[in-house]
Write a protein that binds this ligand. Sequence first.
Ligand SMILES: Cc1ncc(COP(=O)(O)O)c(C=O)c1O
Length: 363
Amino acid sequence: MNFIPISQPSITQKEIDYVTDAVKSGWVSSLGEYVEKFEKMFSEYCDTKYSLTTSNGTVALHLTLAALGIKQEDEVIVPNFTFIATANSVKYLGGKVITADIDEETYCISPKAIEKAITSKTKAIIPVHLYGHPANMAEINKIAKENNVFVIEDAAEAHGADINGKKVGGLGDAGIFSLYGNKIITSGEGGIITTNNHALYEKMKYLRDQAMSLEKRYWHTEIGFNYRMTNLQAALAVAQLERIDEMLDKRIEIFSWYHKYLNNINGIKLNPKSENYKNVYWMICVELLNLSEIERDNIMVTLNDKHIDSRPYFYPISEMPMYTTVNAPVTKLISERGINLPCYFDITKEQVVYICKELKKLL
Ligand SMILES: Cc1ncc(COP(=O)(O)O)c(C=O)c1O
């Protein structure tokens, strides 16, 4: 059996044709028809008024927070269980990262924990749709409204996920997505922000393009950024977005294979499935309920010997040296015992059966 990676992009002739077209056009930087095309298509896909491409998902978060005016000492609530970029984006602006614990079933930020964490200094909440499962946006938006704070969805891992048919990215003040090579769709490196707020969109666009005056070229009144996506990246993204439905269907099918072969095993808990929430299974999640962290790590080493890639769940943000925040018992428990297993468009059923068989043997 060849090595089975945790993730791998699906590149077809369509992607090759569009990227070749972009290269041949000479529009290799951020001007060019694919950038606008991708933004338009993505807005239509998420049912939002505006989309703005960026060079990656991390800067999409930074840009959104900067445009919303987050500054020194402002508090921003993020889940304790997430990729580090969610927290770092707040720190870039001198803001204070307040971590909140997660819901044990969905792995997403707990609305109750948000309520406990809110203070008069809270300016925004960043719920993360972790591993492809949407956060409880109805509750989060309710709390945000009562406390007059912004909601930015971190949908880096959840393109196409929805709640009651409403896609993530259109459920808060803004949403951000990553287009890194291991994401649901990719542009190589890349990101995109969605919003229905015209003023916010204009501000983000302005700051993204070095905050250059619209009236006077090369005149700047603020510190801006170059956070633009290239036309080459956008060409790849357009091809991927045209294929997103088949890619999401495949992920659901892959999850059903894992479910069939692992679900009935004692001591294993798979990705959450909640009514009215569409999970897009960015990663296959396996909680090894009866194992210690060391045993979990040993399982990953042995899987690797069997040519199977895996990765540990994210570690709690509160345990990183830069973030000495409050404890979060649910995050800690889950992060110590979880592993992610391979899930990508071209994986075969035979490979998934092999992975499940080897994992069962180890348990
Ligand atoms: C939850 C989350 N937020 C933000 C990001 C940052 O995206 P990027 O890697 O494109 O900068 C990621 C990417 O892995 C992520 O998983």
